[in-house]
Write a protein that binds this ligand. Sequence first.
Ligand code: HEM
Ligand code: PLO
Length: 486
Amino acid sequence: LRSPGSAKYPKSLPSLPVIGSLLHLGNHLPPHILFCNLQKKYGSLYSFMMGSHYVVVVNNHEDAREVLLKKGKTFAGRPRTVTTDILTRDAKDIAFADYSPTWKFHRKLVHSALSMFGEGTVAIEQIISREAASLCQTLTSQTLPLDVAPDLTRAVTNVVCALCFNTRYSRGDEEFKTMLSYSKGIVDTVAKDSLVDIFPWLQIFPNKDLDVLRQSVATRDQLLEKKLKEHEAAFCSESVKDLLDALLKAKLSVENNNSNTSHDVGLTEDHILMTVGDIFGAGVETTSTVLRWAIVYLLHYPEVQKKIQEELDMGVGFGRHPQLSDRKILHYLEATIAEVLRIRPVSPLLIPHVAMKDTSIGEYTIPKEARVVINLWSLHHDEKEWLNPEDFKPDRFLDENGHRLYSPSQSYLPFGAGIRVCLGEALAKMEIFLFLSWILQRFTLEVPEGDPLPNLEGKFGVVLQVKPFKVNAKLRDAWKNIDITS
Ligand code: HEM
Ligand code: PLO
């Protein structure tokens, strides 16, 4: 690093040539915990070398807010990595694309498409409720105990399928099984073995993870290409039914305007496929992971489950289904969802940001190209901000009257913030609220007799995954004589 005179850089972990600080990082803790623990020795803002890359880790909310909000545009870049390049055909998507007019254009397109078909419209509430009803039906007909993950994933997939492709999957659908399997392949490998990303030249050697990733991405791309062909064949600019139609319409309108080509604005077939792939992938993996974490915590804290059910019985009763407008009255359920997102953030390190010019964080100089990792885990488990952060306590998010407190602490950013903030925040919150309220109105979730409580640690990857577990979903007494399909 060139050090201009008086510049003060964040404290650096010891580093060795070529292998960087890897030796110091290489213990068995998952990175979000390791980065959190390293604060004891290096303070809350520190740096290290990953191969040739300078990486800065942010562990407190003041610095995180400076990076994401105050200097959001300066830190809006994204790094290129071997695995995400394989996933996104060299960053032709949104999440892993560097700051550029193309990235901005796609964010805008997706944002308006989501608000056209989804967020805030009656249509999305109907789609989610239809899937919640179907999920409850499936749960009723299953022999217990049950691994709920596949059915939860299908429910969530169907919501995002409706938005992206205007289709849905029934139980046992072959294409859905293919999707489950390629998605597991991607989640297991993308960004996991950070070694590959530190030393890009490793890709020329055989590497099992990279093979799995390439194979899974190839299968996903075949599926996405099939959807694109179907949409092209049926396309009608007068009736845009889903995100893929909206992207096709934008592409056609650019192509009809002679001054630009789809290449200039980044609306090639590759860009369309990768953008839909992002929304489809993010839509499925994040929301289904949160629902699984919520169930795991309800199994650990039956008293929380009981309180949610009491609130549901009072506010909604048994004569109708829960609906989005109930978010205003089901404060304890909303607080529980907020607490799940605090204690087990889906994306504990966000997606790395990159400084697009020389800048600073607090009093420290940050050089252009530095990779900035926001350790959300540290923010959400900061003892100065949260009393006993490892305790699961939805009441943190309620005031003394039991009303929802929107930000009990500044140290809470489950969806990130600023210009790279999650694009699906509103959608995800609607889904989590409706799925959980429908499930808990009808069922009490219990640990199967003789089974241990499910694991709370999780498995670090591109999302913080839940280890498999089984659950007994027992129909509540009030529902035993009611036809649940109505
Ligand atoms: C980015 C969280 C659901 C689409 C992100 C980021 C976080 C996040 C932390 C990174 C922010 C950053 O790098 O600063 C979550 C959580 C979810 C969720 C906790 C569920 C509870 C969704 C859904 C969608 C979605 C349902 C799709 C509709 C995206 C996209 C980005 C993103 C496209 C990349 C934005 C960009 O780089 O410009 N999300 N997300 N997310 N999320 Fe979500
Ligand atoms: C999930 C597996 C899919 O097959 C591909 C995919 C696309 C977008 C990714 C998503 C995966 C994981 C969660 C990500 C999302 C973009 C934004 C989101 C990283 C890899 C988060 C939480 O940041």
